[in-house]
Ligand binder design. Structure first.
Ligand code: FES
Length: 230
């Protein structure tokens, strides 16, 4: 059954994420490379869902990743404080000889693809080397939060991987924690007060309840040691 509004996440006040539009859900695991820094994603099998389902946002559900109402007893405060400005209005431009990259630090979810081999910031300065250009582009495209976007200098178009609309439950075995919800492929996200956030190909939403930048994941799950137990 499809939803007339398409893939959509409605954030409920101090409550869960209400997902509609038959959005596939699966585990997405960060895979480290030889030097330990993340270099790719491993995608798990789809988790059975109904066309509409609710995902835990407070981190306390006994039925993770789904909501079981625990946010009520916990008195969860899900107040959304993330910026509502469009991505490009917040972005810093990093210009390189072969590639431009934009960076919005406030989107960081601590997935660390940007530090594999060398940082995106340093790498972009050396994009007169096609190998470095390819690596930096890949680093930007794999950032789940969409913090980094790589841009073709000739066409001015962004490089983006094509994602089916889907939600990944981030696992970070290197740190021994579970991360946020990796929302991919232009799923609409609406705040609890009815604001529709800029639709993006990649965004990470907090599911541990600890982010200081809700609804976005800000990496707080690393410090709190959030584990979903799945
Ligand atoms: S899941 Fe990352 S801060 Fe909550």
């Amino acid at each position: 059954m499809s939803d007339e509004h398409g893939p959509r996440i409605k954030i409920l006040k101090d409550g869960p994420y209400a997902v509609s539009g038959d959005v596939p859900l699966m585990k997405t695991t960060i895979v480290p490379g030889p030097d330990g820094a993340p270099v790719e994603w491993a995608e798990g099998a789809p988790i059975p869902t109904q066309p509409r389902y609710t995902l835990c946002r407070c981190g306390r559900s006994g039925s993770k990743p789904f909501c079981d109402g625990s946010h009520i007893d916990a008195g969860f405060d899900g107040t959304e404080t993330a910026s509502r400005e469009p991505y490009l209005d917040q972005a810093v431009l990093l210009e390189g000889p072969g590639l431009n990259v934009t960076d919005v630090r406030g989107l960081c979810a601590e997935a660390r693809f940007c530090v594999a081999y060398d940082t995106v910031w340093r790498g972009v300065e050396h994009t007169d080397d096609p190998e470095v250009t390819e690596r930096v582009t890949r680093q930007a495209c794999l950032c789940p939060a969409g913090r980094y976007v790589a841009w073709d200098k000739g066409t001015g178009q962004p490089y983006e991987l094509e994602f089916e609309s889907s939600i990944g439950l981030v696992e970070d075995p290197q740190l021994g924690v579970s991360g946020g919800l990796w929302v991919r492929g232009a799923v609409s996200v609406e705040s609890s007060d009815g604001f529709v956030y800029e639709v993006a190909n990649r965004v990470t939403l907090c599911r541990c309840g600890e982010s200081k930048n809700k609804p976005l994941c800000d990496g707080s799950h690393c410090d709190s040691g959030f584990v979903d137990g799945l």
